[in-house]
Ligand binder design. Structure first.
Ligand code: WTA
Length: 652
């Protein structure tokens, strides 16, 4: 792609380093490199000082209880996340500051001040209580990107209920499975949302899910579509309109005093089996790390206008659209829809309209912007921007440099932030006033965080490539997989010793100690910044009556990072065709959601297997990537691969 942009070629040389721009560094919040030393010398004292920035009812008695692989942070301490994100700001000069500046895809706009947020969070907390939700109960949220989603999360936090947000792009079946796994008792949804000018019929999908989700006693529905043609039948006694309930909800609600280790939320993410994992996060440590990293890495200032483009359905939206920025009293921009609707300058239009100063987005979006061309950002005033962020997948140096030059006008530092649903908050990222960056590297572990590159045998690789490991507990670490502690121990803490966390990522460290995260080494793919388990897609395919077997692998994709390539063998007598391929893609979308739709379906008479019957994915990957074939000697039938290869190349 670089040759499309001759202007960036000179910035792309392999040894190019980017110092923090002088004007930025001069005003940066963190300019003391001693932070790293303090984090390393006494991580507990260091994190305790960060926790001290929050408001606690009672202080903790111990910073860390570590019985590997189980950690408790700030034990004995009590606090409430909604108080930290809302109440403490309304007591001071931020009372009337914009908390959320929201824009709907059709162009409707709303601004909620911290006081507005305080009011609505308190009222909705009362609504939940009146509907019987109690401390510790699970509440499922299946909503468009509208302020009510953040309000519902904070309302749960206020009464000590555990929220489980399910991304609005997931299918009815995915929603059903997540509700059932968590045994949620209440669902908040909306009549629908907008995406590329079309209605996403959330309530319809929710109704379908609820046919087999008996734990749900009540459904609250936000009226988002107002006057749109989608019918919203209400089930008597179960379904309630949000606005009706809010009308007579009491205005104030005493927050629950939560233990630092009480569960704040569950968020499902894909793993290496067919079943998504409910990642559990708790209150005190999570809030400490997301609040601190928001301040450090985004250099957040009182008058910033901060925009994270992620949907709240993903962890990035939880940590850096809701909890991190609101805990710091920031002004947060929230945009509901697609970046190219109605035109390809929508993102730049939003930045211009609100004077966005900090933009946090994903490499896949940046690559799409590159493809669309510089005339789109060129039409808009982007001079308000002062810092750019990236998250979700490795950023290729071309995209980094394009972002720097055409969006940041060469004056904005770029923070490439590595972390995961499981880590809760950022782990490897630059401090923008201090760190000299290299395009493509997330730089170094943040202060208080310890990471290593390890060999399979557990030895450390000071310089070179291997597996990325986290070698000390951190405050916002996951506390478990909901209902499945064994899987927690096995997945994350059993690769080496039980005190070392295995990330599932491959990475290398260079001679300057910089980390370069290369991508997943397990059966998880990263498609357009979304984690997708190959096993989940395979189970969805095999669920189709005409499919006998399938194997899903990733192949490089210019915009999405990775694309999904599905090898499928059909049952005897089934005729393969383009029509069947399209049907299978739709079947996966129906089972999981459109994000998991395979890009390619390759019908294969046989899949390459070892003599013991294991599918050889490495070979399939090689075929999908168009690589020369590696060793095929262990194959039961080496001819299978050659035939598949010819066939696949014929499809391109
Ligand atoms: C990948 C998203 C390289 C990585 C916050 C990780 C990254 C997975 C980066 C987690 C980055 C995320 N550079 N790779 N800056 N950020 N990843 O749980 O493979 O949706 O394991 O969390 O995304 O994805 P998740």
């Amino acid at each position: 792609m670089a040759d499309q942009h001759p202007e960036i070629a000179d910035l792309l040389s392999e040894h190019r380093r980017f110092d923090p721009p002088a004007a930025f560094a001069a005003a940066a919040t963190i300019t003391d490199p001693g932070l790293y030393a303090r984090g390393a010398e006494d991580p507990e004292a260091f994190w305790a000082s960060q926790a001290g920035e929050l408001e606690w009812y009672t202080p903790w008695t111990r910073v860390l209880d570590w019985a590997p692989p189980h950690a408790k942070w700030f034990t004995g301490g009590t606090l409430n996340a909604s108080v930290n994100c809302v109440d403490r700001h309304v007591r001071g000069p931020r009372r009337n500051k914009a908390a959320l500046i929201w824009e709907g895809e059709p162009g409707d706009r709303r601004t909620l001040t911290y006081f507005d947020l305080y009011r609505q969070v308190s009222q909705f907390a009362n609504v939940l209580t009146r509907l019987g939700v109690r401390r510790g109960d699970r509440v499922a949220l299946y909503m468009p990107l509208i302020p009510e989603l953040a309000i519902a999360m904070l309302a749960c936090a206020r009464i000590g209920a555990v929220h489980s947000v399910v991304f609005g792009g997931f299918s009815a079946e995915s929603l059903r499975d997540r509700i059932n796994d968590a045994q949620a008792t209440l669902l908040v949804t909306a009549d629908g949302g907008w995406r590329r000018g079309a209605v996403v019929p959330l309530k319809q999908m929710a109704d379908e899910a609820l046919r087999e989700a008996p734990s749900i006693k009540n459904v609250v529905i936000v009226q988002r579509l107002q006057g749109s043609p989608v019918p919203v039948p209400l089930q008597e006694g179960r379904d309630h309109w949000w606005h009706r309930l809010m009308m007579d909800a009491p205005l104030t609600c005493d927050p629950e005093r939560m233990d630092a280790e009480d569960m704040l939320f569950i968020l499902y993410t894909s793993g290496t089996t067919g079943k998504p994992k409910g990642i559990v996060h708790t209150t005190g440590g999570y809030l400490t790390q997301v609040a601190a990293t928001t301040r450090w890495v985004f250099d957040l200032k009182e008058d910033d206008v901060y925009w994270c483009t992620a949907d709240i359905g993903w962890v990035t939206g939880h940590s850096y659209l809701v909890y991190g920025p609101l805990a710091n009293g920031a002004t947060v921009v929230m945009y509901e829809g697609a970046p190219d609707w109605p035109a390809r300058d929508r993102v730049w239009e939003v930045i211009e309209r609100y004077g966005v100063t900090i933009l946090y987005t994903a490499p896949t979006a940046i690559r799409a912007f590159m493809r669309w061309g510089t005339e789109w950002p060129g039409k808009r005033d982007l001079t308000s921007l002062r810092l750019l962020g990236s998250v979700g997948e490795p950023i290729n140096p071309e995209a980094w440099v394009w972002y720097h030059r055409f969006i940041g006008g060469e004056r904005c530092p770029i923070v490439d932030t590595w972390w995961q649903t499981e880590t809760g908050g950022m782990m490897i990222a630059p401090l923008p006033g201090l760190t000299r960056t290299k395009p493509g590297s997330a730089t170094r572990p943040l202060p208080g965080i310890s990471a290593e590159i390890r060999r399979d045998d557990g030895t450390d690789i000071p310089v070179g490539g291997g597996l990325l490991a986290l070698t000390r507990p951190w405050p916002s670490m996951l506390r478990g997989i909901y209902g499945d502690m064994d899987r927690y121990v096995k997945t994350y803490w059993s690769r080496w010793t039980p005190d070392i966390y295995f990330t599932g990522d491959g990475a290398k460290r260079d001679a300057d100690g910089f980390f370069w995260v290369l991508g997943r080494v397990d059966d998880v793919l990263n498609v357009a910044g979304h984690r997708i388990g190959t096993m989940e897609v395979e189970s969805a395919l095999v669920d189709h009556p005409q499919v006998a077997e399938s194997a899903v692998v990733g192949r490089p994709h210019e915009i999405k990072g990775q694309a999904l390539c599905a090898f499928v063998t059909v049952k005897e007598g089934v005729h393969t065709s383009d029509v069947l391929a399209a049907e299978l893609k739709d079947h996966v979308a129906k089972k999981i959601g459109a994000i998991a739709k395979p890009d390619d379906i390759i019908f294969a008479a046989d899949l390459p297997k070892t003599r013991s019957g294991k599918i050889m994915r490495r070979l399939l990957r090689d075929i999908a990537e168009g690589k020369a074939l590696g060793d095929t000697t262990t194959l039961a039938d080496p001819g299978v691969v050659a035939r598949l290869k010819d066939q696949y190349q014929g499809t391109e």
